[in-house]
Design a protein. Sequence first.
Length: 157
Amino acid sequence: MQITRAGEYGVLGLMCLARRPLGSVVMIDEVSREEKIPKSFAAKIFQSLVRAGLIRSNRGTGGGFTLAKAPEEITVLHVIEAIEGKIALQRCLAEPTACEHFGGCALCGLFEEAQDRVKEVFSRTTLAELGKKHMPPVGSAHRHGSGIEKIDLKSFN
């Protein structure tokens, strides 16, 4: 199993929304610019997140996207599975199972244990927790308090 770029961008895009006060509407251009995600790709990913009920789409003037729940209620597992589908490390763990050894195979049991641990890490990590550790890409603007702050990592050298 590999989390695709779509899954990664989905988490980053929602973290962009989570940095704002709940209910704030953010345009896809802003998400794309802040997180360095191609705009058309971000728009496609956000459609999946709307269908999963993680974000809401607001059309028209002043339109954009907003989180459907508080960042503390959205886990990385919610986001990844909304985009990638159910996590399955091996074909024997996919539904319906395509493995002729399922049920009595030690290898299937090992894969299942590993899968459970990955899902546990993703399910206990919320956007709020991840956001505390995340620093937007160099040169991207993000809202901080009442103004806009630019982060330049060169100044830390």
